[in-house]
Design a protein around this ligand. Sequence first.
Ligand SMILES: Cc1ncc(COP(=O)(O)O)c(C=O)c1O
Length: 508
Amino acid sequence: MAERTELIEQIIEQASAYVIDPPGDDDPVISLASPEELIGAFSHSVGLGFANESPASNDASLLAAVEQIIDYSMHTSHPRFVNQNFAGPDPISVVGDWLGAALNTTGATFEVAPVFTMMESAVLSKLGRMAGYIDDADTEQGEALLPTLPPGLFCAGGSMGTLFALQLARHRHQPDVTTAGSNGDRLALFVSDSGHYAATKSAALLGIGTSGVIKVASDHTGAIDPAALDAAIDQTIADGQTPFAVIATSGTTVTSAFDDLNAVADVCEARNLWMHVDGCYGGSALFSKAQAWRLNGVERSDSFVWNLHKMMGMTQQCTALLVKDPERLASCFASRADYLFQPDKLNAEYDSGDRTFQCARRIDVLKLWLTWKARGDKGFAERIDHAVAMADHTRARIAASDGAFTPVVAGDFTNVVFAWVPPHLRPLQLDDPSTLPAEVRDELHSLPPRIKARMQADGSAMMGYQPIHGLNTFRMICMNTTLQTSNVDAMLAIIDAAGSATTLHSDL
Ligand SMILES: Cc1ncc(COP(=O)(O)O)c(C=O)c1O
């Protein structure tokens, strides 16, 4: 097969140019195209589809296709991309990911991933110490820095980490579950009604069933009500179910609320329930001296899932599942495949593959290790502090907007949930949307989708909306390191203009 070195070099050049200088202030966040328009555009290069007999495309048309891929993709590093709880990656993470791909191996065994196995040990040990799972007392050198059995594993995303954690919890509840299957207990797990849907999906997959997921009431901000948790546990016992685990959320997806982990730990310890912390989003607060208090009590949990591909700017995906008792990983997941995990081979004790569900596993640690070494703890802390500062600025601008914007859940971390209020409805309090007259509610509810469609059409900003307390509201997620106060101001002005236009012309 011809090497096509020139093509490879030119694609690397295109990709590098994008990484080093991605679209910014003067560019659109997205060049919106419908599926039909995308099909039409690519028909001028290599075509999107594959016919039965697909020929090899030439260099020029492939390079044109790469341009199109870049042009029509979402520019997540753009300062006006505040749509989701991930954003543009740290460029060092991107090249770390490329290097990992170039060295294409699996993290399953030491023999094929010697460096990466040690890196996983190093990073998981550091994360475990930050979470208080490993005693920090004398770790400046020695085994604790690079343990043979690290306190967790890397896995393919937060939902997968939740699934694994719940399997560990079920294994503690019933140690023979992996061989005998369910003993018939109708298991119940608890998560707040603001928690992530990974809990429900995991319960469905594990055979617990979605009816075993008890959604506990949260307060106005989205944090779990510990008294409601206690009451819900009593109720499920009365209903004949068997509680086995509680998921506490550190950084909810919509309002970035933090459950009181000590309060949840009190409940779990009193009732001998597995405590899992979903820190997929907010776990990274631990990097900041000013924000780490939000996870006080995490050290009392049994497992903790942490997406470094959210606030820390790692390319997707980069997820650590930390566990208090790492021995349980092998007892829960090992299958002892003798062609791979030969106990008598060199350094077999370092193999991580039999401590997880996955067989082949991407090298997600390299990009994190490289970026962390390049930025240091201080650089990582600055990411978090900058994000919170931008959210504080958003809250201040909303408060000073003369009623053009009103907070729904202002929060105090990185997410601000708010509404744009049409001039004829100002001033309007939206702490409790359920008290609004129906016609006001309907009008407000219809606005965010229409305003967002306008912003997408002209590529001016990407901001999510979702129903909260039953009302469609905007969610500004301040996480992009490129986001500055001027961008926050610009986006509020864009919403104001789009809102005014959409209420004048109800077509869009
Ligand atoms: C709080 C929370 N938990 C879990 C997840 C799931 O993580 P992943 O998308 O990596 O599966 C998310 C994703 O947004 C999340 O916000």
